[in-house]
Design a protein around this ligand. Sequence first.
Ligand code: CDP
Length: 218
Amino acid sequence: MSFIVAVDGPAGSGKSTISKMVAKKYKLTYLDTGAMYRMIAFTSIRDGVDLDNIDKVVDLLNKVSIDMKNDKFYVDGKDVSLEIRTPEVTAIVSKVAAIKEVRIKLVDLQRKISKGKDVILDGRDIGTVVFKDANLKIFLVASPEERAKRRVLDFKNKGIDEKFEDVLSEIIRRDEFDSNRNESPLKKAEDAIEIDTSFMNIDKVVEVISKLVEENKN
Ligand code: CDP
């Protein structure tokens, strides 16, 4: 029997940082589902695919090979770990993720990768669609300002200068789009535990989630 932890929440709520740490602590496989949508968004830019042309999007889905290994992301064998985080990809990823055909393909892949394993997945629809019967569901939230502040710091640590106002408006725009789409919108599963991380540091969030993992593991 596999053990599944679903971590959902809006943009920049700390899902991936926290999930990675919890994965390491409990020897779970970590799956960054947002990166999968980002890889498809990256490929659509690379190939100049018009996102309103579903036939072309389906062609792309049938052709492209996406892969993840040791925290790195590969499209058709090329490491695109940095490219998938650029503002250009971020600007269109929500539009790509709203396409039904894209979601069917990636959700299928997420379930296949997770089969028979102990996994922590982060995303928007893990607890509501991908693994409705997950052993533990977490919904991470924080104020948009706090999330934007963290994002700016992340970028800064990578040597990239992004304006707080730009990051904040992008986060608000993306949350709104993700929450209002027809296909698997961002929302808290009824049985998810909501954690507001606005006033918590990373270690505290990991501590809270660790307690929940231990309570739910056996
Ligand atoms: O890390 P960040 O919060 O910026 O976002 P992400 O997790 O990399 O996800 C990028 C985008 O992919 C989101 O804004 C959603 O539009 C989409 N996504 C989704 O629809 N379903 C998921 N399970 C994960 C991401």
